[in-house]
Write a protein of this length. Sequence first.
Length: 222
Amino acid sequence: MKNTVIAIDGPAGSGKSTIAKIIANMLGYIYIDTGAMYRAITYKAVKMDVDPDDENGIVDIVRSSDIDFSDGKILLDGEDISEQIRMPVVNERVSKIASIKDVRLMMVDLQRKIAGKHNVVMDGRDIGTHVFPDAKYKFYVEADIVERAKRRHLEMVEKGYEIKLSSVIEDLSERDRQDRTREFAPLVKAEDAIAIDTTTKNIEQVTQDILHYIRRGDKNEN
Ligand code: CDP
Ligand code: CDP
């Protein structure tokens, strides 16, 4: 039987990964954070001092890297880098690196391979449009930019970063701009995705909304 894919796309801080994790847990699916994959390559480029504009250098990094997930952690060449990929310098550079077509082709290949073996909840920017255009369920989660930045700011302060809300607003706006305007597989709502505005909704409410659509879809099929 074919595996089921639940695709959750949307801009930074809209709540994708938090909700995707909960839904995956509830349904017994594997959760795949595709943003973490682009972040892992960016982190390695920072460590190796390769400029994000050096496309050949970045593509070489992807070719020689091993990315894997284990117990909710992301492993790069066998090392758990789940914390390091959230560093501000990675936030600043990741969208540039994610706009390189060859980088995306290799990441998408890996994403499809992982999903070939399991039922998955996958979150990102292009899952419903490009990675799995035939996904059984597609959601596009959005929220007001200031609300998204407040959420992300709180997380960073809790992790010990000294950062102003205004810089987080700037970072998210710039990443949204780059993600929405890149040529290959930009961030856009798939025509058949269900849009959910999370600005005034808590995590529990959004989770219930998504589960409602999934259960309804399952019922319609039987
Ligand atoms: O968690 P946050 O929303 O801040 O970002 P993320 O999901 O970790 O993704 C980081 C960056 O990776 C995004 O800003 C995109 O530039 C890129 N990305 C992408 O291009 N395609 C994906 N499927 C996932 C992430
Ligand atoms: O993955 P994405 O960047 O879309 O967002 P996230 O990392 O899941 O969520 C960013 C932060 O917002 C987390 O700390 C969530 O707990 C919080 N959040 C929230 O307060 N209310 C929501 N409806 C969704 C997320």
